[in-house]
Ligand binder design. Sequence first.
Ligand SMILES: *Cc1c(COP(=O)(O)O)cnc(C)c1O
Length: 386
Amino acid sequence: MRTARRIEKLPPYLFAEIDRKVAEAKGRGADIISFGVGDPDLPTPQHVVEALIEAARDAGTHRYPSYTGMPEFRKAIADWYGRRFEVRLDPDTQVQPLVGSKEGIFHLPVAFVDPGDVALVPDPGYPVYETGTILAGGEAHLLPLREQNDFLPDLGSIPRDVLERSKVLWVNYPSNPTSATADLDFFVEAVAFCRRYNLLLAHDAAYTEITYDGYVAPSALEVDGAEKCVVEFHSLSKTYNMTGWRIGWVAGAPAAVEAIKRLKTNIDSGIFDAVQRAGIAALEGPEGPLRDTVGIYQRRRDLLCDALKSMGIVVEPPKGSIYVWVPVPVGHTSESFTTFLLDEVDIVVAPGNGYGPTGEGFVRFSLTLPDDRLEEGVERLRKVVT
Ligand SMILES: *Cc1c(COP(=O)(O)O)cnc(C)c1O
C-alpha cells in the first residue's frame, strides 16, 4: 500500500509532542488545566436546542437536504447581514451554507487554486488555509503577521513574481491565534489590492461577533466593490457555542459562491435540515445568550491578563476572539515556555510556532474553559515567578 504524495506534503502535526507530554502528566495523576483548544465550554442557547428537537421530530427533515441549503436558512443569513452590517446579499446567488466553515475554507482552494498557483496565507494563522492549498496542489506563500504591524499583513512586501502566480488572499479578523482586530480601512486596502492583482479576498469572519469593550468588528463585504472579489466565511460555532453542530456559510461574490456550490454538489450532500432550522432560530432569536457569552469571555480575558501581568508579562487585553496571544518571557521559546507551564503548574497552552514560523516567541491561551478552572489556572500562574 502506498499513500499519495500529497499526504506526505502536509506539515507535521506540531502539537504531537505537547499531546504526548499531557497524556504522560495525566498518567501520573496530574490535575491538568487546559488553555489549549479553542472550543467553547458554554452550552448552545436553549431555544436553539429546542428548535432542533422540534425540527428533528418532523419527518420532513429526514431526507437528503438540498445542496444549496434551505431557502429559509439562506434568507435568514442574508437578513442577518442586513441587520448586522447593512450589507445587502441576494440569498440565491451570494449565500452558500457550509458543513461548518472549515469545510468551505478547506474546499475554497480546490475551486480556485491550480497546481503551480499560490495562495497568500497569514503566518501565524488557522492551519486550514495552508493545508487546503497544499492538498489542492497549490503553494502557500506565508504573510508574516508581526506585532509592530498590529498583526496585519504587509501587502506591499509580497514579491512581484509571487503575486503574479497568486489567486487568493486569506485574512482573518478578529484573528485566531493572534486575537488582533482590523478596522474597515484595512479591508478597503485589501479589496483594492485584490482588485488590482485579480485575487479573491477570502475573509474568515468566525469571530466577528465575539468582541469586547464595545468594539464592533466590520465585515469585508461592507467595502464598495466587495461583491466583485470578496467571500466571507461565517460560522455559528463560536457565536452560539455550536462547534459540534457543523454549520456555517460562505457569502459574497456571486462568481465565487457559484464555484464553491458547483464543487460541493460533488462532495457532500448538505446540512441536516433540522440543524439548518436550528440555525435560523440562532440567527433570528434573542440576542441575550450572545451578550452573556461575550460578557463571560470578557471577564475571563481580564482575569487572565491580570495574572499574566503579575508574572511580568504585559499584554494589551484583546478586543476580539476567544484567545489571548502572549509573548513568552525572555530566554524562552514557544516550545520551552509551553513545556515550562506544563511541568511547573500543569497548565496547557498552544505554542505559537504551531500556527506558523512567525508565531515563534508566543503562546496562545484560549478562554474556553469553565470559570472555576480558569480561576484555578490563574492562581497557578500567579505562583510562577519567571
Ligand atoms: C473556530 C474557527 C473556525 C470555525 O470552524 P467551524 O468549522 O465553523 O466550526 C473557522 N476559522 C477559524 C479561524 C476558527 O478559529
